[in-house]
Design a protein around this ligand. Structure first.
Ligand code: ZN
Length: 183
């Protein structure tokens, strides 16, 4: 009795084809220019991919494939820095894309501000817990950079909105806050 063996190829081959078949970033939906492959939130570079030589068939690949996504340079950068980040930047960015009408450029600007702020806070030795506060704009007020603090304040308020949404807190709180912020 002979059983037809399904054709097997190294995983790296499938990944190469997969990479070439991806046209848009899995996170922000931007047209891909430079592609980074990410497996379960971890960037896997070209060299590491080349070493994935396990032989698998098409059916196995279809299962394995679910762990892999292709990201643009900007989104993969965020993945890289995720661990030392003070803010949940990936979630925040996703929130801005999905729940607001903001342009790519504006979203990028917000993200850049938060990342800059995180660097500044780390340099100042500020306690990281403050960034986890549900009202980070208030908790971090005294630590804002002396140069254009208002830019950071605006970004933090937007981030606070994201946190409220994430924690399913009522919007009324947001209204009260923005009203009191005028005075
Ligand atoms: Zn992206």
């Amino acid at each position: 009795m002979t059983v037809q063996q399904p054709k097997r190829r190294p995983l790296s081959r499938y990944l190469k084809d997969f990479k070439h078949s991806q046209t848009h970033c899995a996170h922000c939906g931007k047209l891909l220019d430079r592609i980074t492959l990410v497996r379960r939130d971890e960037i896997v570079n070209k060299t590491a991919i080349a070493q994935l030589d396990t032989l698998i068939d098409e059916a196995t690949w279809q299962i394995v494939k679910q762990d892999w996504i292709a990201l643009c340079r900007f989104c993969s950068d965020l993945h890289c820095n995720e661990h030392n980040d003070w803010f949940d930047i990936i979630g925040f960015k996703q929130y801005l894309f999905e729940q607001t009408e903001m342009s790519h450029g504006t979203i990028r600007e917000y993200v850049v501000r938060l990342r800059r702020l995180a660097t500044h806070l780390a340099e100042q030795g500020v306690a990281k817990e403050l960034a986890c506060d549900l009202t980070p704009d208030e908790a971090l007020e005294q630590w804002l950079p002396a140069t254009s603090p208002n830019n950071y304040r605006i970004a933090l308020r937007k981030y606070a909105q994201y946190l409220r949404q994430k924690n399913q807190l009522p919007d009324s709180q947001a209204e009260n806050k923005s009203t009191s912020a005028i005075y």
